[in-house]
Design a protein around this ligand. Sequence first.
Ligand code: SAM
Ligand code: SF4
Length: 334
Amino acid sequence: MSGMLVDTFGRVHRDLRVSVTDRCNLRCTYCMPPDFADWIPGDHLLSIDELMTVISVAVDEGIDSIRLTGGEPLVRPDIVEIVSRINAMPKAPRITLTTNALRLQELARPLADAGLERVNISLDTLDPERFARLTFRDRYSDVIAGVEAALAAGLHPVKVNTVLMRGINDDEAVPMLRHAIEHGWHLRFIEQMPLDPHGSWDRSQMVVAAEIHELLAAEFALTPIPGRGSAPAEEFLVNAGPATVGIIASVSKPFCAACDRLRLTADGQIRNCLFATEETDVRATLRDPSIDEATRRQRIAALFAASTSAKLAGHGIGDPSFVQPDRPMSAIGG
Ligand code: SAM
Ligand code: SF4
């Protein structure tokens, strides 16, 4: 079997975001409350063999880029083996990973050796005390050590993603970019999205892309870089380059028309959008003892095709009918 995952709007899907766990060693306020307890039951999490089956079917169907995420993907004990086994597949896809970097100091080198191409690291502040307040864990120095380890292991470009929040860290846009340029990080600012588990997101309070641009343009000359393709970030040269900065306007300027992404949750549900309210179950097919491997693969391919066909034109956050998904970002996979 081999095909292409094309939706009814002609969008070809090549990128699969795979959440390998919903567990995490931080509690970022916009993602997971400190007393979060609504974990996916352990026996629902896909095993490494199940993940490999789904990913290899997806690759047969035209996926050429796998982004490992979570929760925090590096808390999964077999994460290096996951990378290595994806990398050993025929037609091996590009493998990248989104992480809070807490465990990168020890894992950057083994991950790079296993075939990881690069990492996206999430960091919302350069102030250790603020970091502890924003994440409920005093682990700032581990993140910095993790970023340095990623750079040393050649996981380039190391992209650092920052969510700016009004009155919380929006005073750090300029210092973060200055620090990023000095240290060889590729910084990207992301608009906060309505995916928090407590439903406290408020559009009127959001720091939007235009405002981020204005904050940065007061200090730096920003020149748009054309040729964005399906990438979510609008990229700018900073002070004529070579440094760049990205701004991801997921809410105020959605890039749904060029979206080429599908998602697999840690409990084996395909999602055709971060904001989808419906999911397509592959776990039952993976665990069905009555079918042989060829039938299992055919059925999983059909489930990918069905989920892709059902994809809507856009996330509709601005529509009056918009409903926030039931699951928080940590369970969907960011
Ligand atoms: N734990 C990893 C990390 O933090 O990079 C991977 C998973 S995390 C859910 C992926 C990304 O989603 C992070 O960059 C995080 O900042 C972002 N994120 C989480 N909740 C968000 C929200 N409500 N709006 C925008 N970004 C969010
Ligand atoms: Fe954990 Fe990432 Fe969510 Fe922060 S954003 S709580 S690091 S999953």
